[in-house]
Design a protein around this ligand. Structure first.
Ligand SMILES: *Cc1c(COP(=O)(O)O)cnc(C)c1O
Length: 470
């Protein structure tokens, strides 16, 4: 099953192809600017794809965050916004959808995922405590550190190897968690921060067995587990596909079981949930919820909107329901795999197995002659834009930032350029164009030179850093 796409499965059956479970009702024209214009735009953006104007982009694979195409039902929901300051009916719809699909007791809405991460970190991390997690995520770790926490990576070693074919490369290494407990004591661990799928490892899943074992270990030591549920439904798809005993369960059933092993979750609803904005923090503990519900008023908005408009909460409530449909997720991940299969067929180095939301080009293997301090993944994103107007994102040394103690670059093993696929936005023909553009850049790789950083902002530098060509 690994690597099989709905298309190839259809071909094996003899003749039937697969297609998206929707048709298009409204279109948004795309524009391609000339190569000279792209060269100028790239220089003006300091070789950072985050600083390009979207009007200068042809196919935008910067992120799957907030870039989802909403359904006709979600747009209809937008007209049912109850914009009351307090107690909006859309909040109660959202709360019910979260409780039904994710299964937590209490909901605190936030403007997006990092709002939830901020509040959770403030109420659950004491200065000097450790937070362990299955590979860091940029905003998650920053909020943990701003609250005084020290992040420790406890993901399995295979996650750091772009060629390892481990089916659940996002798994937590329980021995690493045990070693940290032995070393610092459970009381000095704020909580375990469990992300599914693991974005920075290439969208890699965590197995149900791993979550269950982690729960047992954490129970022994009184450690709470908070889930980053941003792509938990994509994770459920991989469990359904790869883990014994789950083939006949629905994604909704798998999601409920998975969440049941955790004490709460932060959510960026701009991903799985098919919305353009939104997020939430969910908790089972009433006391912690009271604290969250109080703090949200300070930073986000009243506890029944948390920075979202009523209409956004309605679109999100409907989006949660649509995102849990099995045929939706098959098409979503099927499209990502279609692109991955084209690239691997051409021998282009990508992170394998292909994850849920993106193709991650292995920039180290792509540009072996460019040292990591000359930003190979940033270079690759710039080259791809120059070639074809396709926008990707760096996920390597720039994203990893600096060590909070020493001030030196963090040097991650993975030096990746991410082609992130927005949900329900592009067609298979767009994926063909993307694959061919990557191939063209790959063919010119030997003459490509790296970059130097010309401006470095203090926080989350990958968003706003500027570069110059070497
Ligand atoms: C996007 C993302 C976040 C942060 O959410 P925002 O909505 O962008 O603030 C947190 N965790 C993961 C895994 C993400 O992909």
């Amino acid at each position: 099953m690994l690597g099989a796409t709905p298309q190839t499965m259809g071909q094996q059956l003899g003749r039937r192809s697969w297609a998206e479970p929707w048709k298009i009702k409204m279109v948004e024209p795309l524009r391609v600017i000339t190569r000279d214009e792209r060269e100028r735009a790239l220089r003006a953006a300091g070789y950072n794809t985050f600083l390009l104007k979207s009007d200068d982009v042809y196919i935008d694979l910067l992120t799957d965050s907030g870039t989802n195409a909403m359904s006709d039902r979600q747009w209809a929901g937008m007209l049912l916004g109850d914009e009351a300051y307090a107690g909006s009916r859309n909040f109660y719809h959202l709360e019910a959808a979260m409780q039904k699909y994710y299964g937590y007791k209490y909901l605190t809405p936030t403007h997006q995922g990092r709002g939830a991460e901020h509040i959770l970190s403030q109420i659950a991390v004491k200065p000097g405590q450790f937070v362990c997690g299955n590979m860091y995520f940029t905003t998650t770790r920053l909020h943990q550190e701003l609250a005084g926490g020290m992040f420790t990576d406890v993901i399995i070693d295979e996650a750091h190897d772009p060629a390892s074919l481990h089916p659940f490369k996002g798994n937590v290494d329980l021995r690493k968690v045990q070693a940290l407990i032995d070393q610092v004591g459970a009381q000095n661990i704020a909580y375990l921060s469990l992300a599914v799928t693991v974005n920075m490892a290439g969208g890699q899943p965590v197995s149900m067995a791993n979550a269950r074992e982690l729960r047992a270990l954490c129970n022994q030591h009184g450690i709470k587990i908070f889930l980053d549920a941003t792509r938990a439904l994509e994770n459920a798809f991989f469990i359904q596909e790869r883990e014994a005993g789950y083939q006949n369960k629905t994604l909704a059933e798998i999601l409920r079981e998975f969440c049941s092993y955790t004490d709460g979750a932060t959510m960026s609803a701009k991903k799985d949930s098919l919305a353009n904005i939104g997020g939430w923090l969910a908790l089972n503990d009433e006391e912690l919820f009271q604290e969250a519900s109080n703090l949200v008023v300070v930073y986000e908005g009243l506890h029944t909107y948390g920075g979202m408009a009523g209409r956004d909460m309605e679109a999100l409530a409907i989006g949660i329901e649509e995102s849990a449909q099995d045929d939706h997720m098959r098409a979503r991940i099927g499209q990502v795999r279609y692109l991955g299969d084209l690239l691997t067929d051409w021998g282009i180095p990508i992170v394998l197995p292909v994850g849920g939301h993106a193709i991650f080009l292995d920039a180290r293997a792509f540009y072996p002659h460019i040292p990591q301090d000359e930003f190979p993944a940033q270079t690759l994103a710039a080259e791809l834009y120059l070639d074809s107007g396709i926008r990707a994102m760096e996920r390597g040394i720039v994203s990893a930032g600096r060590n909070a103690q020493t001030g030196d670059h963090n040097r991650p093993k993975l030096e990746l350029t991410r082609l992130t696929i927005p949900r329900r936005v592009y067609t298979q023909a767009h994926m063909d164009v993307v694959a061919e553009a990557v191939k063209a850049v790959y063919e010119h790789r030997a003459t490509t030179r790296g970059l130097k950083m010309a401006f470095e902002p203090k926080y989350l530098r990958f968003f706003q850093a500027r570069f110059e060509r070497l």
